[in-house]
Design a protein around this ligand. Sequence first.
Ligand SMILES: Nc1ncnc2c1ncn2[C@@H]1O[C@H](COP(=O)(O)OP(=O)(O)OP(=O)(O)O)[C@@H](O)[C@H]1O
Length: 498
Amino acid sequence: MPARFSLTDEQRRAAASRAEHVFIIAAPGAGKTTIAAERYGVTRFADRDPGRRTIGVSFARSATQEFRIRVQQRWGTRAVGWPHDIKTLDSLHCELVRHLLVTGTLRWPGGHTELKVLDIWRGQRGARYLQPNQGWRRVATLHGRDVTSVGTHITRPGYGIGTKQHFETHLANGLCTHEEIRAVLQAALSRDDLRQVLADYLRNTTRSLIVDEVFDANDLDVDLILLAGKSGLRTTLIGDPWQALYEFRGAQPDLVPQLVKSQGYLSLPVTESFRFATHEMRHIAIELRAGRGVAVEDGSAGEVDVVLAPEWGMLWQSDARVLPLSFGRVDNQTEAGIILLLDQVVTERFDRRAIFAPEAMALLGLEPETVQAEGSSQFRQVLETISHGTPEAMASALNQLRSALKELGSPRQLRTLPGSGEEKQRARLHSLAQRLNQARCIPGMTIHQAKGKEWPTVGVRVQPTQADRIRTGLTESSANDRALYVALTRASESVRFV
Ligand SMILES: Nc1ncnc2c1ncn2[C@@H]1O[C@H](COP(=O)(O)OP(=O)(O)OP(=O)(O)O)[C@@H](O)[C@H]1O
């Protein structure tokens, strides 16, 4: 199937290079995902090596889905049929650990070889939101060939399990999170015998590995790519160091140049960008990348297609025409219920889902099919109540919402929240009520959610200190500056502070 447009010479050279290890570095809109999809097909159909696959990986689920869609549009659905695949790095980790378990190389508690892998522990028995210096948490480790657990100091805030008994019971039930998978894989890679088993597996199953957004890789990912290269896989790394955003997952953009150097990658820069249709945007993109400051004009929410901010809270505090796609992390069942309420509103307004809606349903123990079939009329009544806008209306809407969730089948005890918890939820409902009266709303999302996407006009909402950084110049080594760079380069026509 022909491409919808002709690739440039730079893009074609990058996609079709015969070098075993290729490193493609490209600016926003220069076609990284386009090239990744092209190269996927080139290696997938060129290597007549039945049984050995071409595998494409990326980090976020949304980016992986985009990669898959582009491949299917370009090469047809067969291109990703077995044994070939496009998946997240996290699912490749799971596949490798599964191999170690089914071959008996490692033993999981209870003898499990098929695991249920959660994103986070939240909602599971014994799970708490743990803050640094709050004591110990359990992590998975290897003792000989057995997966077991050990206590460690809490260094990063997040959901975890502090007690040995709860943690090991989950493991013995075949339940874990991606963090346990990463810990086991990391421990396996640090042992020569187990590393060899993984190298053999990669060599026997895979011919070509294509990594999109490689600057989001953490040390484990980089080690795996290194192992893949050493095991004879053709490896392609594609990315932009200015767009590394996954610090929370341990991204270490500095490791990529070391990897590229140590394995003799052929570097192929792709410079021409297709995103920027105006002089204003071309100027902004070039100046920011050169570390120079730019003047971004002020505008109003009414004149942009989307509003981006570093945090969800900043979006809710902005113009009432901005309807954010989430409230952020869901900490309790009432918050989960409010996300489902928001989900109904954003689905109607924008034909897209609220961020964290699936997690909210899981936390409430609700079946997505039931919520879809029966939730709408229940949530409509709650929305009708909050539209009155009074504090009393918000309080009674919360009770109404809790009853609705019970009726939809939530097995959870939906209680009134202690302390200022209830007030916080009323404030959320009030913010949502303000949006319901608007004739037109503009979607709002965090910069992380906007990565890899583009709109004609983009509104950016930042703190005064961040606006100063944009005026004086950004640096690639600062995670905060990189996020600002990603936000400002999402627009094809214009960007405004809102
Ligand atoms: N050779 C080309 N001719 C015309 N349009 C192109 C070409 N290559 C890519 N594009 C278009 O440019 C846009 C950006 O491409 P793509 O999303 O692949 O870039 P990207 O580098 O992954 O962007 P980002 O860095 O923002 O994630 C897309 O709309 C794509 O269809």
